[in-house]
Write a new protein. Structure first.
Lengths: 122, 122
DNA sequence: GCCTACATGTAGAAAGCCTACATGTAGGCT
DNA sequence: AGCCTACATGTAGGCTTTCTACATGTAGGC
């Protein structure tokens, strides 16, 4: 177990992968391998997304027009670097508010007593 | 969209249904139809889970030993009322902490700048 | 008689995430 | 040279769970 919270159960990610990928690409383009590391780092070690999930997902997002990827060779190794398109940036905004709605709804059901400041909720 | 918080996209629920169902049954037994209404009420109208999702899920949870259901007839209508078993109560505890880990991890990735007080984690 | 609310259930489809495998370069160690 | 690890990408097939649509039946209002 990683200190501060073990791994996240794999299937729970379903439907939220897009938001995660778009989010790590928000401020800088990255290639797949680096994206996986960024995901792990940002989540505090909780997210270990397998390559078999990430690479197809990146292609899906590229196909959808949210990402633009191009090949580069660095140190003899081929990389496909992805950057967010303007369309992807808009999608990220939508994904973020969708996440807030979702997390809020689930949270209210799981912990009905807890009052969350409505100021931040959207 | 809908005033007060539009709907949650349907597929996002994947993997969190169990937690929701166990949670609404925590303090009182309910039947399927009432569970759906409770889910809507508690989430502030954000969750509209269709019957075709709830009924099979309840059976799955009963089969798993987390719920115990029994038939009753009220006002000429047949109801299957479910209550949490001790096993289900334990599962709920696990689901809740899994949710916190999950939501925390996703939140950190989506909003890296935001510092969440770990003190109030529980 | 008809329609809505209450109440449960099944069948088939769709989605996307995971496991496991396949491929290839670069560099360190023995 | 040979081996192993890190870097880097990709495919195939399976699996779980949810959704959509449909089917069934009672009770009560109009």
């Amino acid at each position: 177990m990683v200190s501060g919270g073990g791994g996240v159960s794999p299937d729970a990610l379903r439907g939220h992968m897009d938001a995660l990928l778009l989010s790590v690409l928000e401020h800088e383009p990255l290639h797949g391998y680096a994206i996986i590391e960024a995901l792990q780092a940002r989540s505090g070690g909780a997210l270990s997304v397998p390559t078999g999930t990430v690479y197809p997902a990146l292609r899906r997002l590229e196909h959808a027009g949210y990402l633009a990827g191009e090949w580069a060779t660095v140190g003899g190794r081929r990389r496909r670097t992805y950057r967010l398109t303007s369309s992807g940036r808009a999608a990220l905004t939508g994904e973020r508010s969708a996440w807030r709605r979702f997390a809020g709804a689930i949270g209210r059901v799981l912990d009905p007593g807890v009052m969350r400041g409505p100021a931040g909720g959207a």
